[in-house]
Design a protein around this ligand. Structure first.
Ligand SMILES: [Zn+2]
Length: 452
């Protein structure tokens, strides 16, 4: 008879294809058995009857700002917020750390910080900036998940945007390495010109900011990035596509055979520009929140499976960076990493009949597949790491600061009722979060893609 470390009994497993009730037997951090009823001994048994078991959320887009700006968030607080939301792996962006992650030395610094502090597994994006083309290869060797470039100003001085010539050159190099480039796609020309005009007129309100970053500025940059992907053969991932029109461009490029995928974020699906107008700084992001019709069109792409991944773009700052009278000067970034699953369950599953398996695919399986993670990540299957989020769909909760685990617990969702409470998060077989408490030391490990 088999012996397990843990058996989860009677939960509804949500895989990237369907849902079924089964027991999960876990041994040595891996899923050792999946069966309607597992017989065998276990050191611990947990009843999951009535709960849905999701593959642990893989958040492919967070800004934890460490080393160098841990006062903005930090790996310890950021990773615990993810764990509280059913997350088991994050990909940290390269720009807000100081030094930014643009060469081997800065990668090593970040690795050292994360190894001792992260409650969940982690991977790192490398930066693609104007002066680091000769460092892309060493970043690839270190195991970055991909290379991130900004087509518009990043908001961080030591992480400059790329012009088209640099981006094209970078994509050529990354294509040779067999890697992937992700772009923040907004036109610098259009957005800076509109911002300058508004500034000259003394217009600095939320509305003025929204008007300075129109959808056509996003489409312009997406279009150019797609052209460069076609030209260079580089795999491309467009992060935080904010509207249906952006998705349509990506979808038509896919039809032409381009290796391009896209991400959107919960805030583009749960909030509109009216929320930014009402909430102000706490809901500022770039690209900005869009109109209801643009959001409706985005949802259609989510429901049809044409959106590849959903990442939180958790991008916090200290509250004092959110207070400027001039809305253009306020730090742009939404703190949402803990709430990805409840937001998708509420806005998707409950309100729009988005299938649960689709949510599992968007937040886990698709991410693992697109970024070439080892087969042990992103699935509920025998042999996979036991990375799991147990969710009670019968429970609703109101988002309150005291329930948020990131460093500065402000949230544009404060006061909202969400469906789907994460009751337990399991990382490689170990419970890291249970019933509102962190219950393990930092166990996170670096995950590298197989491809690069
Ligand atoms: Zn971001």
């Amino acid at each position: 008879m088999k012996t397990f470390d843990l058996i989860l009994r009677g939960g509804t497993l949500v895989t990237s294809e369907d849902e079924q009730i089964a027991d999960i037997g876990i041994a040595d951090g891996r899923i050792a058995s999946l069966d309607r009823e597992i017989s065998g001994n276990a050191r611990q048994e947990v009843s999951a009857t009535g709960l849905h078991i999701f593959p642990g959320v893989i958040d492919s887009h967070v800004h934890f700002n460490e080393p160098g700006r841990a006062d903005w968030e930090g790996i310890e607080t950021g990773s615990r917020a993810l764990a509280a939301g059913g997350g088991t792996l994050f990909f940290d962006m390269p720009l807000n750390a100081h030094p930014p992650t643009i060469d081997a030395a800065s990668f090593d610094e970040k690795l050292q910080a994360a190894q001792s502090k992260s409650l969940v597994d982690f991977a790192f994006w490398g930066g693609l900036v104007p002066d680091n083309l000769d460092h892309l290869e060493e970043l690839g060797e270190r195991g970055v998940i991909g290379f991130k470039a900004f087509m518009a100003d990043s908001g961080v001085e030591d992480f400059p945007r790329v012009d088209d010539r640099t981006l094209r050159a970078g994509m050529k190099r990354v294509a040779k390495l067999g890697g992937l480039v992700a772009v923040h796609a907004e036109s610098q020309t259009i957005t800076s010109e509109l911002a300058q005009q508004a500034g000259a007129r003394g217009q600095t309100s939320v509305r003025d900011y929204l008007d300075s970053r129109p959808i056509h500025a996003e489409l312009d940059a997406v279009g150019r990035a797609l052209e460069m992907a076609a030209e260079t053969g580089c795999a491309l991932h467009i992060v935080h596509v904010s509207c249906g029109a952006g998705m349509a461009l990506v979808a038509s490029a896919q039809k032409q055979g381009l290796d391009v995928t896209c991400e959107t974020c919960p805030h583009y699906l749960a909030l509109t520009e009216n929320d930014m107008l009402q909430l102000g700084a706490i809901a500022k992001c770039a690209p900005p929140l869009r109109s209801r019709p643009a959001q409706d069109a985005l949802w259609e792409f989510v429901k049809s499976g044409q959106v590849t991944t959903i990442g939180s773009d958790h991008s916090p700052s200290p509250p004092e960076m959110k207070t400027d009278e001039n809305f253009f000067k306020v730090w742009g970034g939404i703190s949402g990493g803990q709430l990805t699953l409840p937001l998708l369950l509420t806005e998707g599953y409950v309100k729009r009949r988005l299938a649960l398996w689709r949510i599992a695919a968007l937040t886990s399986f698709n991410v693992a597949e697109r970024f070439g993670l080892p087969e042990t990540k992103g699935r509920i299957a025998v042999g996979a790491d036991a990375d799991l989020g147990l969710v009670d769909l019968s429970q609703s909760f109101v988002v309150r600061a005291e329930g948020l685990w990131h460093r500065h617990p402000h949230s544009p969702y404060a006061g909202r009722a969400l469906t789907g409470r994460v009751v337990r998060t399991i990382l490689r077989g170990q419970t890291v979060f249970h019933d509102g408490k962190m219950v393990s030391p930092p166990l996170g490990r670096l995950v590298k893609p197989l491809k690069l």
